[in-house]
Ligand binder design. Sequence first.
Ligand code: GAR
Length: 226
Amino acid sequence: MVRRLSTARIRMRVAAFISGRGSNMVALIDACATPDFPAEMALVLSNVVDAPGLDLAAERGIATETLPHRPFAGDREAHERAIDAVLVRHKIDLICLAGYMRLLTPWFVERWRDRMINIHPSLLPAFKGLDTHARVLEVGARWHGCTVHFVRAAMDEGPIVAQAIVPVAADDTAQTLGARVLAQEHRLYPHALSLVASGTARVEGERVAVRDHPLPVPAINPPEST
Ligand code: GAR
């Protein structure tokens, strides 16, 4: 008798980490809900108990967990060991930082090395840190954008998976420029997650190698709508 192997594809179990509104998290949840997407959103975790994104996740039927850092009284690693236990309980394969506004310890970053990605609102390695849109306007840069990268211990550093660019308009404010970038973040993050979860993009020697892809470094460039 010939036994057929199951053709069901194994989908990576993803946890999104948030601290606030969660619009990128929603974009990831929606992408995961599309047919044949190589990942499923298994958990949304927040360090902020009243993060608005938690309600958005629950409305979409996604499990949520909150782990505030205050009870750990400054012991960052103890907080992250508690987070790690939650991730193990939910059988998580891959973490997407989606507006998680805490720097993770080297212990946690190493434990999830090459299994954790982040989105940042600038074209890294330019404009690491906060207030990127205002700083772009301040120096008069003509182009701006967003980056998805694998996480390393230093803030906003790590092998780049994908980027999207937007033009900077003469009359932009930090708000209008930020909104233009955010629209691209919502397209870029699902695209990058799909590349990583499918194994198409992987870290090789601190660069991201992309298999069977028409572009050497996948980018949404120029963006379809600005
Ligand atoms: C996003 O713009 C994301 O790129 C940024 O926080 C915002 C979260 O918005 N992340 C960072 O600055 C990380 N360095 P969201 O909660 O609506 O997704």
